[in-house]
Design a protein around this ligand. Structure first.
Ligand code: SF4
Ligand code: SF4
Length: 158
């Protein structure tokens, strides 16, 4: 048994964790580091009740810092925003609306991380440079009349 563990460590040497571990095996720190901070899951969405299709808007949760695209209250976000998504491996298997760029979705679908992902590029700036981030392109929730939310549907993925 001990020999098998050492063999596994040798095989994994030089490869980043997302290439050697299944999503369900990752540590909390590894799991968290996969988020590129694009901010798309913090946008308001509308579900079409007829088709089940989920449409993204350009309206951001009031707790999203639109300069950094990071949550202002990350550590206690679930206490403040009741419908904030808690993205776990189980949840990942249930939802189909994460953006195609999202690392969790990509790895779940058997794809690699793209070159602009911070874990690959070494910089958070590349997310914005690749136009993946909603930074500078979304509106704060409190600046919008949510009765007009239909007017704010955006196809971020063209
Ligand atoms: S869509 Fe994915 S990568 Fe983007 S902020 Fe949400 S969890 Fe992170
Ligand atoms: S509470 Fe934070 S993580 Fe949750 S949707 Fe709002 S900005 Fe995003």
């Amino acid at each position: 048994m001990r020999i098998e563990v050492n063999m596994e460590q040798k095989l994994n040497q030089g490869f980043p964790f997302w290439k050697t571990k299944a999503l369900a095996e990752m540590t909390v720190a590894e799991w968290e580091s996969l988020c590129d901070g694009c901010g798309k899951c913090c946008l308001f969405k509308i579900e079409d009740t007829d088709t089940g299709r989920v449409h993204y808007t350009d309206i951001a949760c009031r707790m999203l810092d639109l300069n950094t695209c990071r949550c202002k209250i990350y550590e206690h976000r679930f206490e403040v925003i009741k419908d904030c998504l808690s993205l776990t491996y189980t949840k990942l298997q249930e939802i189909d609306w994460l953006p195609e760029s999202c690392a969790y979705r990509r790895l779940y679908e058997g794809k690699d991380l793209p070159s602009w992902h911070p874990l690959v590029s070494g910089s958070q700036d590349t997310v914005r440079q690749a136009s993946i981030s909603v930074c500078g392109r979304a509106l704060p929730e409190l600046s919008v009349d949510l009765l007009t939310i239909d007017d704010h549907i955006v196809d971020w993925f063209d």
